[in-house]
Structures are given as structure tokens and as C-alpha cells.
Design a protein around this ligand. Structure first.
Ligand SMILES: Nc1ncnc2c1ncn2[C@@H]1O[C@H](COP(=O)(O)OS(=O)(=O)O)[C@@H](OP(=O)(O)O)[C@H]1O
Ligand SMILES: Nc1ncnc2c1ncn2[C@@H]1O[C@H](COP(=O)(O)OP(=O)(O)O)[C@@H](O)[C@H]1O
Length: 202
């Protein structure tokens, strides 16, 4: 099968840089990672709103539009999480090529899987945002009531309870949602984008 697979790409004349110039800003992946309940979705959508108001073309990939569609065949084993992140990475790469500031909100607990996504795109196009929050706080928030179920053993392999979360070692941005308000976290992320010239085209 593999030996019959010859793919010769067609080079379009419109490049990523042309799309970025048309939109007036760069495109990259803002990769939010952290425990369930740490604030990934809340933050990704709040940052998107802010960017949208500023005229930036954005899109949020999260469980709502990925795990119910493209990845609805995947569960939460280490192998499935890896495949989940791999496919999301490939989709995010396409969005970056389309010139869109792409925000993703997935636990993505394994360093190696996040590193894989980083390796898919150019230097500077993967911005890792560690949404840091102690397990006790996430568990107290229990936004979806899943920690309670995990503690009772109704859900197995729940991240932070009986499944690992590997903290980022060198994330571009760290927000501590148990110490910093939502507004402070959003401002920190927007400032990073401004300071590093993401909000202007080449
Ligand atoms: N076993 C287990 N472990 C962790 N999370 C679980 C599990 N089962 C279901 N859920 C719910 O699914 C959401 C996490 O999905 P992700 O796609 O972000 O996970 S991963 O990146 O593939 O690890 C996560 O959503 P968030 O709370 O938004 O993080 C949970 O609501
Ligand atoms: N600084 C903050 N940033 C993001 N969320 C926060 C912050 N402070 C408190 N929260 C609350 O924490 C919860 C995070 O839930 P959610 O965004 O669904 O997390 P996740 O997507 O990581 O599972 C929300 O109820 C949100 O209001």
C-alpha cells in the first residue's frame, strides 16, 4: 500500500505570507494546555473576543468542535490522546497556513505530543500557553462535575487523578488562573502577541 503512495504537491501561487499581508497580521497557534478546569476554554474564547475586536482573523479549536466531530472516534487512553493532539496539530497547521490566529484548548498532557505539534510549524508559530492551576483548585471548581466522578472511580484515567499531566518545561507564556484574574491573563497574552509583532504583517 505505502509503496504505491506517491504524492506530488501542487504549489499554489498564493502563500501564507500573502494571506497574512492581506489580513494585516501574522498567523500562529496559541496552544493552551493545562488540567481540566484550569481555564483553557474560558481563556481561549476571551482572548479570541479581544483579538476579534481588534480585527484579527481567529478561530478556536476545542473539545466542542473537535471531539464531537473529527475526533469522535477517540477516547482518553495515552494512545488516543496522542492521536487527538496529532490531528489537532495538523488541522491547526492548516489554519496557520490560511493566515488565521488559531487558539486551541486541549489538556494535551504529554510533553512529547505538544512537542510534535511544535515541530509541525515554523519557529515562532507555536506559542505554548501553560494554564497553570493547582489540582485542588481545579477540583474545587469542578466545572463539569467530572472530578467528583473520577474520585468515585466512575471515570477512569482522569488527568490529574489517575492519569498524568506533564507540565510544560519552557512555555512561551504562563498564566496562573488561581492568582491572576481572567482580565489579567488575557492582557498578558495579548501583550505577548503585541510585543512579539504577531499583530502586524511582515
Ligand atoms: N479521562 C479523562 N481525562 C481528562 N478529561 C476527560 C476525561 N474524560 C472526559 N474528559 C473531558 O474531556 C476533556 C479533555 O479532552 P481533551 O481533548 O482536551 O483531552 S486530551 O488533550 O486528549 O488529553 C475534558 O475537558 P476540559 O475540562 O475542557 O479540559 C473533560 O471534560
Ligand atoms: N483567570 C482565570 N482564567 C480562566 N478561568 C478562570 C480564571 N479564574 C477563574 N476561572 C474559572 O475557572 C473555570 C475554568 O473552566 P474552563 O475554562 O472550562 O477550564 P478548562 O477548559 O481548562 O477545562 C471557569 O469557571 C472560569 O470562570
Amino acid at each position: 500500500m505505502e509503496e504505491n503512495k506517491i504524492i506530488i504537491p501542487h504549489e499554489g501561487r498564493i502563500k501564507k505570507e500573502d494571506r497574512q499581508r492581506q489580513k494585516g497580521h501574522k498567523s500562529a497557534i496559541l496552544w493552551f494546555t493545562g488540567l481540566s478546569g484550569s481555564g483553557k476554554s474560558t481563556l481561549a474564547h476571551a482572548v479570541e473576543e479581544k483579538l476579534f475586536e481588534m480585527g484579527v482573523h481567529t478561530y478556536v479549536l476545542d473539545g466542542d468542535n473537535i471531539r464531537t466531530g473529527l475526533n469522535k472516534d477517540l477516547g482518553f487512553s495515552a494512545e488516543d490522546r496522542k492521536e487527538n493532539i496529532r490531528r489537532i496539530g495538523e488541522v491547526a497547521k492548516l489554519f496557520v497556513d490560511a493566515g488565521i490566529m488559531t487558539l486551541t484548548a486541549f489538556i494535551s498532557p504529554y510533553r512529547q505530543d505538544r512537542q510534535f505539534v511544535r515541530s509541525l510549524v515554523k519557529e515562532g508559530e507555536f506559542i505554548e500557553v501553560y494554564v497553570k492551576c493547582p489540582l485542588e483548585v481545579c477540583e474545587r471548581r469542578d466545572v463539569k462535575g467530572l472530578y467528583k466522578k473520577a474520585r468515585k472511580g466512575i471515570i477512569k484515567n482522569f488527568t490529574g487523578i489517575d492519569d498524568p499531566y506533564e507540565e510544560p518545561e519552557n512555555p512561551e507564556i504562563v498564566v496562573e488562573t488561581h492568582k491572576e484574574s481572567l482580565e489579567e491573563c488575557v492582557t498578558k497574552i495579548i501583550n505577548y502577541l503585541k510585543e512579539n509583532k504577531y499583530l502586524e504583517a511582515e
